[in-house]
Design a protein around this ligand. Sequence first.
Ligand code: NAD
Length: 367
Amino acid sequence: MIFETIAASGHEEVVFCQNKDAGLKAIIAVHNSVLGPALGGLRMWPYKSEQEAVNDVLRLSRGMTFKNAVAGLNLGGGKAVIIGDPGKDKSEALFRAFGRFVQSLNGRYITAEDVGIDVNDMEYVFRETEFVTGVHQVHGGSGDPSPFTAYGTLQGLMASLNYKFGNEDVGKYSYAVQGVGHVGMEFVKLLREQGAKVFVTDINKASVQRCVDELGCEAVGLDDIYDVDADVYSPAALGGTVNEQTLPRLKCKIICGPANNQLATDAIGDEVARRGMLYAPDYAVNAGGVMNVSLEIDGYNRERAMRMMRTIYYNVGRIFHIAERDGIATYKAADRMAEERIASIGRIKLPTMGNNGARFLGRMRGQ
Ligand code: NAD
């Protein structure tokens, strides 16, 4: 059953990692490495079954192939999961055992943080392998990606405004921002700096109050965010918030925010397009985080990171162009852009993997 699932998924390599003494049960999936080594985070989750963990790592690693390709990175897509409860099952031995497996892949997979994993866990992984990003700044890491993700989201927004309204005057429009956590709060600051009208909601009342008191936003109820009369709806909390129930309520002309997996289904993505709303594909808009960690490979530099975020503007614009060219919804156009890039680079067969691996070793050994 598991081999059938893997065979159907089109992955290049799936590695099952177990170390009884450390209590490690992990799976590393390399989906596609045409563009370069597979970069993607490590997730720790108490999966109910091994099959559920396999399904998740296959789905997530495939998603990273598309995200990294659209972001213009010379990186393929991969992901890893540890089966366990992040609240109870973490230990030094667990993460070091995982790190040894990453090292054994010799750079074909590069890990990072994802759900359930923090920078302290990465510290242990880092003791065993060079092929890790998202480490602490003292080791040349890039730190909290949220401000970069927010700035990247602003670039995606400007491309959307330009496409829809023919100008990029962020301050001229109104926004309904759902979720003011790490990224949402930074994003709201950027909007308010330009004088935009911003409505916010969050289950965390203190964060909402901060937006009202310190940033001059208007608070709305958790469910009322879908009814706000704003030009842009910006999901910055959960996934799946654009769905059959919410779409008929949305009055916006643009959907653009940093949250992952905003569309509940593909059919909803088609319906968004049919209604004449512009959807800026989430994984193109929120690529700031992965761009930021990718720079750790060559030696992290904040200025380069900010310049790189700016490319999101062009990537999102290109997606809109492909959607128009092919008469398809923008979420499909994003996938097409990724496939086209992988196909064209695949044809010229650059030996990127070896080079990146060597650079990696150089960076880590130099410290
Ligand atoms: P976070 O946990 O810091 O913030 C999420 C916020 O949403 C919290 O304040 C939470 O209280 C709020 N929230 C939860 N449920 C809500 C609801 N029903 N209605 C309104 N608010 C609700 O997370 P984050 O790092 O800011 O990430 C936000 C989104 O952006 C996620 O979807 C994440 O996957 C995505 N993302 C984040 C990054 C990054 O750099 N942090 C990068 C790429 C994508």
